[in-house]
Ligand binder design. Structure first.
Ligand code: FES
Ligand SMILES: [Fe+2]
Length: 353
């Protein structure tokens, strides 16, 4: 299945741009990103048009990248600004692809398709990363050898938690949990209410909860947007109280295809308790990385191995369970978007002929 082009992909965690440049393959396109002197982030093709070597093997010269082979130099839009051993006529020919980027909520968003259509208002909201009055957060990255949609499936069906991560809901009876899937435009919500969630009374002070009840109300609502942008809002509160009056950990799971069968997994978590506890922040990041790389990751990678090079999981005719509703809906929306884009490309091609 082709990749969706006219959409925002997470290309990096903002902290990665502290490096002189970051090279990353996104949907099979080699891209190099760098932060310019004015603070904005440039993203251009990581491929010199002369000998097709990565520009990231070269060096930064101010707000430009100089190829490490024969010195062609490119600015943040992809225009060649210097061809040291040639006349100026070559510069216009050497222009490479540039990408629209937006830095928002500690993430670098990149529009893979036509930059003229890159509307920042289409970027899904992850305000908890920026809301430092309310949340402390951490971020990280994992590489998964599986198609990006397999990872979305995993996150939209949280019934896997009881088996793949049994420690997380220890003591809770998942039969008390209820799930409802809703579509709002091209956004899918998988609402999960965790009634009678078990919390260890000894852990309550750490979560900022008073009293000693071991039975609380909870939620793990997941919001999906194309292509694999997920927000999972986890919260717990005492019976008789409501969301916002207890422990809240909003999470980001941002899946960007590297190739058809490999993915970048940018993840992050906020919390409204133990705000100044740096050890807690480090431990949360370490736990997330460990869970994704040793529990979810291997399961997704095993699925991909079984599928070989194929990317359309539903074509393999799996058994569909009740808990798959959100994942199947998200796949249907992706399929529609990709088909619409292919039709528009074809119409534009015919018009140009
Ligand atoms: S390969 Fe880049 S300038 Fe020759
Ligand atoms: Fe998981």
């Amino acid at each position: 299945m082709p990749f969706l082009k006219n959409t925002w992909y997470v290309a990096a965690n903002a902290y990665e741009l502290d490096e002189p440049m970051v090279s990353r393959t996104i949907c099979n396109e080699q891209i190099v990103m760098f932060r310019k002197a004015d603070g904005s982030v440039a993203a251009i093709q990581d491929r010199c048009p002369h000998r097709f070597v990565p520009l990231s093997m070269g060096k930064r010269v101010g707000d430009t990248l100089q190829c490490g082979y024969h010195g062609l130099r490119f600015d943040g839009s992809g225009a060649c600004v210097e061809a040291p051993h040639d006349d100026d006529s070559q510069k216009a020919r050497a222009c490479i692809k540039g990408y629209a980027t937006v830095e928002r909520d500690k993430l670098i968003w990149l529009w893979l398709g036509d930059a003229a259509e890159a509307d920042p208002d289409l970027i899904p909201e992850f305000a908890f990363f920026s809301d430092t009055d309310k949340y402390t957060s951490c971020q990280g990255y994992s590489h998964i050898k599986g198609n990006y949609q397999l990872i979305s499936d995993n996150l939209l069906d949280l019934s896997h938690i009881h088996y793949l991560h049994p420690g997380i809901h220890e003591g809770s009876n998942f039969e008390d949990f209820t799930n409802k899937v809703e579509r709002n435009g091209d956004t899918v919500w998988s609402m999960l209410w965790r009634h009678h969630y078990h919390v260890n009374p000894a852990a309550r002070p750490m979560f900022g909860l008073e009293g000693d009840a071991d039975d609380v109300e909870g939620q793990g609502h997941a919001r999906w947007d194309a292509p694999g942008v997920l927000f999972v809002d986890t919260a717990f509160w005492d019976h008789g109280k409501s969301y916002g009056e207890g422990w809240n950990t909003p999470n980001a799971h941002l899946i960007t295809p590297e190739t058809e069968t490999t993915s970048h997994y940018f993840w992050g978590s906020g919390r409204n308790f133990a705000r100044d506890n740096e050890q807690f922040t480090a431990a949360t990041a370490a736990t997330m990385k460990n869970v994704f790389e040793t529990q979810d990751g291997p399961m997704v990678e095993a699925q991909q191995r079984d599928m070989g090079e194929s990317t359309d999981f539903l074509e393999h005719k799996p058994i569909i369970l009740k808990a798959d509703a959100a994942g199947v809906l998200a796949r249907r929306i992706m399929k529609q978007k990709i088909a619409r884009e292919a039709e528009a490309d074809e119409a534009a091609q015919i018009a140009a002929e």
